[in-house]
Design a protein around this ligand. Sequence first.
Ligand SMILES: C=C(O[C@@H]1C=C(C(=O)O)C=C[C@H]1O)C(=O)O
Length: 445
Amino acid sequence: MQPDYFINTSSTTEPIRQTGWPSAINLWETAHSLGFPAALWRLPNQQDKHMIVSFDEVLPRVSADLDELPAGFLISPFDNLANTASTNTLSQTALDSSARTLFLRADIQALFSETNQNQSELSRLDQTDNTAANNASAEQFWQTLRSQITSQTAKQSAQTAVMTLPDPDAQVEYVRNVAVAVKAMQRGDFRKVVLSRTKRVQFTDAPNAVDLFNKLCTAYPTAFVSAVSIPEKGQIWISATPERLVSINSAGIFQTTSLAGTQSAFDPDGTPKRPPEAMWSQKEIEEQALVSRYIIECFKKIRLREYLEEGPKTLIAGNLMHLSTCFTVDTHAVRYPQLGTVMLRLLHPTSAVCGMPRDVAFTFIGQHETHDRELYSGFLGPVNINTNNEGAESSLFVHIRCMKLEGKLATLYAGAGLTEDSVPEREWQETEMKCQTLLSVINTL
Ligand SMILES: C=C(O[C@@H]1C=C(C(=O)O)C=C[C@H]1O)C(=O)O
């Protein structure tokens, strides 16, 4: 059966009808070959997959102002204090010279919906802006896309072998840093810090990002799964994160979650554990309570009392389980339309990825981690996207369970929340389990 297409019928998009409907790979490869940034994502518990392409070869750095930005996709580094500096006053313009959040404007927007055969098919393709400034890029895009479709040059998922690059000092170094952090917390310097590490993986052939994205969507239906191509950096970031940072739906409902505490979702014999029967230690309960307290402190700063708090509950995140508390606010009822932007600035980086007190933990991370976190433990997601004509929605997630892909080399990132009760070896094991979320799927490519 022919699906119900909503293809924009402007003169630029019309010729696509004659060549056939593009696949996600066609669109992705077209953007890639032209040096245009692109983002592909699937929201938790949804089937629809979304893609946008931006014509900005160098992405604008913006302050994450959900009330000012047009439709697009935000991706922020961990180190983004510009995002948090001005907490109560919203800047008049989203563009800010000190800002570090990258913004992919949705110049081309595509929606892929699930068919009866469990496949995703294009059901909508729009060029969002027909202004003269965009027309040259748009024409270039549609032309390249047409030849992509007709010549079938889209790379099919080539078989690729994977090898973890040995890093003999990584474990010793991480364990040593954890021990230093534990001592500092026992002295009372701070209460919690999240220390992270990397793991590098070499492919024999550059993996197909769309293929990996699709596999992650299947493996982790409750995660926010994304692939973001940033040509100016020569990077593609791929993730399957369980952690919602800020979302505002079309009815004005704001949500954020506190997520912490980690254990395997399987018994040692491989049987899946039942979430309600999960046992949590005092250390993990406290660690997660600190994240919840941090969120409540942010509400207090803006004198907001009318929030609904649900949890903590055990949440399954692929191969892992976490403790999670969900906070909900009806922004219409409290007459606070900018709550999403204000909370985003107050929350990032939460103590799920940084620590408590935040600034002391941030400094400790800078002094002890030997890698640059870059976009790991920042935040990312669609902003002001109107999919079904129901109104614009924004959904930002904490950028964890992620990797940076540079050609044939992938760098995976994982961190663990530490308190004064942490056992260094166990924290290392936790980061190994977190790397498995992506590795187990990478190994099926
Ligand atoms: C920092 C990460 O995860 C965070 C830390 C957790 C923990 O310390 O238990 C659990 C979930 C996340 O909030 C990561 O996956 O890299």
